[in-house]
Design a protein around this ligand. Structure first.
Ligand code: FES
Ligand SMILES: [Fe+2]
Length: 343
């Protein structure tokens, strides 16, 4: 069962054009398109006439015309025209999903549309703030979304999996000072790594030469993990607001289930240094893209083993605390979604 009462990332804005985009979220086939007015619409990807996916049709103004017999649906999913027939049956409609385009992201609400107004997508200013430079990407990962949550929330893997980029010394990551807190809607994990070697990515893009103090804050809510990272020359001290960071990194991780075994992973990497140097932004992006490609390999290999050995128990370590909380947060939210009060 999926948590549907949630704003999930559906796409990057540039992915949604007048060419219909077919995407599955939480096992539901959806078609996204941008009308000629510029507005984004998300409809059920199934014509109510004979089930052709509407993503095989054509955008017509702010409507979508089915590619089989030409029925035209508006942004509400209501059929407004049937070629060769003036009478439009009352039930000639498909499901329409609430969508919002903000902060350089397209968000979709997959649950009951009547409850979409109860919350808003998280705000994310770093895609538009000139003090930050960023690039975006999307990976389709053949793994359950909670494996991606685990991976991002427990960064003790960084020294083992990402030695060539953001890792550095495994022991420095395993021995990081750790704090795990439940937030109103999720979990926040903070890690401090004083007086450690700068990882290769920081050396190549920022240029640290000596040892550094490094901190990380990982804020999880269902569907989204925001990672804030700061670093400075060792001894300069930590400042959780980032004011003292020489190097600042912000990683956006939109985690939208496609199915029980696959997940859309929308990520962006922003940096606060040398923001006018496009070559540095590209180099930094390449480093993070390689890092997340390493995570993808790990998660897909885990999923293969989970599928083969579904009943074998796993051992929990202290560093799993954040991921365990995240699972509880999702389970509690699904219980609320299914409760008669929510309905
Ligand atoms: S299947 Fe869409 S109009 Fe016939
Ligand atoms: Fe990783």
């Amino acid at each position: 069962m999926f948590l549907l009462d949630r704003w999930y990332v559906a796409a990057w804005p540039e992915e949604v054009t007048q060419q219909p985009l077919a995407r599955t979220f939480c096992d539901e086939p959806v078609v996204l398109f941008r009308g000629t007015s510029g507005s984004v619409t998300a409809l059920e990807d199934r014509c109510c006439h004979r089930n052709l996916p509407l993503s095989q049709g054509k955008v017509d103004g702010d409507c979508l015309a089915c590619g089989y017999h030409g029925m035209v649906y508006d942004a509400r999913g209501i059929c407004v025209r049937i070629p060769g027939q003036s009478m439009i049956p009352k039930n000639a409609c498909v499901r329409s999903y609430p969508v919002q385009e903000r902060d350089g992201l397209v968000w979709i609400w997959l649950g009951d549309a009547g409850r979409a107004g109860q919350s808003q997508p998280a705000s994310y200013p770093f895609h538009a703030d000139p003090r930050w430079a960023h690039r975006t990407s999307r990976y389709l990962i053949a793994g359950h979304h909670e494996l991606i949550n685990d991976n991002l929330i427990d960064l003790s893997h960084v020294g083992y999996v990402h030695g060539k980029t953001i890792g550095g010394t495994p022991a420095a990551h395993s021995e990081a000072q750790l704090e795990v807190q439940r937030s109103a809607d999720g979990v926040v994990v903070r890690r401090w790594m004083p007086d450690t070697l700068p990882p290769p990515t920081y050396q190549r893009t920022y240029g640290f030469a000596g040892r550094i103090d490094r901190w990380m804050e990982i804020a999880f809510v269902p569907g989204l993990v925001q990672i804030y990272i700061g670093a400075n020359d060792a001894g300069k001290g930590f400042d959780q607001d980032g004011r003292m960071d020489a190097l600042g990194i912000r990683i956006f991780n939109g985690i939208t289930p496609e199915s029980a075994g696959s997940t859309h992973y929308f990520w962006s990497a922003a940096h606060n240094f040398k923001v006018d140097d496009a070559a540095i932004t590209q180099a930094f992006f390449n480093e993070i893209a390689a890092t997340f490609a390493e995570d993808k390999v790990v998660i897909e290999a885990q999923q293969e083993r989970f599928d083969r050995f579904p009943n074998r128990a796993n051992v929990a370590l202290q560093s799993d605390a954040g991921g365990v909380h995240a699972r509880r947060v999702i389970a509690e939210a699904i219980r609320r979604q299914e409760s008669p009060v929510a309905a």
